[in-house]
Design a protein around this ligand. Structure first.
Ligand code: RFL
Ligand code: PHB
Length: 393
């Protein structure tokens, strides 16, 4: 089989890239290790930046996100038992975020891909990447007991943190930056109405908590837990009790509990691999970088990477110019490092760290107080949360 762009991974990065390339008239095939149902079973991000919504629109898959998504103009910060609202809309001249789950984005992209008749190979085993340092890269995989080969002009490595793409690059060609946090988020999804109309980020003596949602009838809650914690140790009741202890009196009163649809623990990490291009292999999304979820940036960065990549490929095929492809890695990394900084800062501000000490605790409290009383500080939080703009090539 032959295609112009072979995409490894059918997560949001791979599926969105495939759709953007298709709209630009560029042929592509996706090779995914898991089944489609498995990919849809992963409960992850919930907050989309305007930049991401714009890319979904370009890809022709924004209708349901607009119809069913919840536009949010602000967030609440809870600390020292009090809630404070950050009006992001007012601080950013009218920008907002859309609350719409990654599962739904993925489903919309999968449906559009199927409707367009584009090829996706699910359940591909032992995927391997070859000759991406030359002009004729190839992707090999096994399926139904046979080995298959996909010839292409370019490979897009959209296969997440544990994927094969980054691992195919010689260690000497890539520099890794990493920070691991001593805690994770225990997340729970339940069909109960959200405790508030907006997201509440809580800094409490028992640790961080986040009240988020997927719709007016489906809530997503998280509590900070030690990194070695096991999800089996948390009954639904234990989760609700812990969340309740991290809320303010109004939140405790309004909290509606119910059986968990899903419960899982995600470790928190910051990670960047540089560069993001190796000959004709381009990394995008979690394959190249991870952010702790506090800033809600992971999915949005995956979208902005492929926003740059499809434009660069469009120029290559349209104008026979490689100059945008040559700038891909640098342009992505500028935006990524700003999101890394924001996510690290917001994580540091909102969590309890085992080794903070009294001085560190006072500094955290002073920064939170500053944030909710200084328009300059609130503007900085807001412009990063709603998402920094894409640059042009
Ligand atoms: P994905 O989603 O991991 O998809 C990669 C795909 O590649 C496949 N794959 C392979 N395919 C073929 N061959 C191989 N060898 C392969 N190895 C892997 C995988 O099966 C998979 O289908 O990466 P992508 O597309 O880059 O998307 C990234 C996002 O999924 C991720 O950044 C976000 O979910 C992060 N994230 C959040 N991001 C936000 O923007 N806002 C949020 O509110 C937010 N909340 C979150 C999050 C992530 C979380 N977890 C569980 C890590 C909350 C949580 C709890
Ligand atoms: C979510 O709804 O899953 C979510 C929302 C905001 C975050 C992280 C996760 O910062």
């Amino acid at each position: 089989m032959r295609t112009q762009v072979a995409i490894i991974g059918a997560g949001p990065a791979g599926l969105l890239l495939g759709q953007l390339l298709h709209v630009a008239g560029i042929d592509n095939v996706i090779v995914e290790r898991q089944t489609g149902d498995y990919v849809l079973g992963r409960i992850r991000a919930g907050v989309l930046e305007q930049v991401t919504m714009d890319l979904l629109k370009k890809a022709g898959v924004d209708a349901r996100a607009h119809a069913e998504g919840l536009p949010h103009h602000g967030i609440e910060l809870l600390f020292q038992g009090q809630r404070h609202r950050i009006d992001m809309h007012a601080h950013t001249h009218g920008r907002q975020v859309m609350v719409y789950g990654q599962t739904e984005v993925t489903r919309d992209l999968m449906e559009a891909r199927a409707a367009a008749g584009l090829t996706t190979i699910y359940g591909a085993a032992n995927v391997s990447l070859h000759d991406f340092d030359g002009e004729r890269p190839r992707v090999r995989y096994e399926k139904d007991g046979a080995t298959h080969e996909l010839e292409c002009d370019f490979i897009a490595g959209c296969d997440g943190y544990h994927g094969v793409s980054r691992a195919s690059v010689p260690a000497s060609a890539v520099k890794l930056y990493e920070k691991v946090y001593p805690f994770g988020w225990l997340g729970m999804l339940a069909d109960v109405p959200p405790v508030s109309d907006e997201l509440i980020y809580c800094n409490t003596p028992r640790g961080f908590a986040l009240c988020s949602m997927r719709s007016r009838t489906r809530s997503r809650y998280y509590v900070q837990v030690p990194v070695e914690e096991k999800v089996e140790n948390w009954s639904d009741d234990a989760f609700w009790n812990e969340l309740r202890l991290r809320l303010d009196p109004e939140g405790r009163e309004r909290l509606v509990t119910g059986p968990a649809l899903e419960k899982s623990i995600a470790p928190l990490r910051s990670f960047v691999a540089e560069p993001m291009r190796f000959g004709r292999l381009f990394l995008a999304g979690d394959a190249a970088h991870i952010v702790p979820p506090t800033g809600a940036k992971g999915l949005n960065l995956a979208a902005s990477d492929v926003g740059y990549l499809y434009q660069a490929l469009e120029r290559f095929y349209g104008e026979r110019s490689s100059s945008a492809l040559d700038r891909y890695s640098d342009l992505c990394l500028r935006r990524i490092w700003k999101a890394e900084r924001f996510s690290w800062w917001f994580t540091s501000l909102m969590h309890r760290f085992p080794d903070t000490g009294d001085f560190g605790q006072k500094i955290q409290e002073a920064e939170l107080d500053y944030l909710v009383h200084s328009p300059a500080a609130a503007t900085s939080l807001s412009e990063n949360y709603v998402g920094l703009p894409l640059e042009s090539f």
